[in-house]
Ligand binder design. Structure first.
Ligand SMILES: [Zn+2]
Length: 155
């Protein structure tokens, strides 16, 4: 079976196109790029609109509410040894209600059995270093009841 042999967790590297998105996350805001020509939202950020090739865009605040389109539960450290302490964990494709974009992210829950297609989720932010904060998602119903089934996430 293929396994990753990196020792540290792989983290995104902000670049010229995504810097605004990552800075938004650091401030607890989910900023999604919207084309000024055709109004379509796009993620990840890019210099050209994939719909109309327009170059002008605006960053919009997305409330971060969405639903799980599909997900995968990791029971072994396929992504590397650094993930072993997190097992089992859920990686999901989330469709955001406001902008409609799809984001691949963590679904943070102590009980992976809560993961299901159609689950309503809410964004939370976790600072993983002094300069990088990741958007992650928690089940909305769990969030409403407190953190009994949900790991504490730094915001
Ligand atoms: Zn466009």
């Amino acid at each position: 079976m293929w396994k990753c042999h990196t020792t540290a967790k792989q983290q995104p590297v902000p670049d010229e196109d995504t810097l605004v998105f990552w800075e938004g996350c650091r401030r607890g805001r989910l900023l999604i790029q919207q084309c000024e020509t055709c109004q379509s939202f796009r993620f990840p950020a890019s210099p050209l609109c994939p719909e109309c090739l327009g170059v002008r865009s605006t960053w919009r605040d997305d409330p971060g509410v969405g639903e799980v389109l599909t997900f995968c539960v990791y029971y072994s450290e396929l992504a590397g040894q650094a993930w072993k302490a997190e097992l089992p964990y859920v990686v999901a494709v989330i469709r955001l209600q406001y902008s409609g974009v799809k984001i691949v992210s963590r679904l943070v829950c102590n009980d992976v059995a809560v993961a299901q297609i159609g689950l309503e989720v809410q964004v939370v932010f976790e600072a993983v270093s002094g300069h990088l904060t990741l958007p992650q998602f928690v089940p909305q119903s769990v969030g409403d009841r407190g953190t009994t089934q949900c790991k504490t996430v730094r915001s």
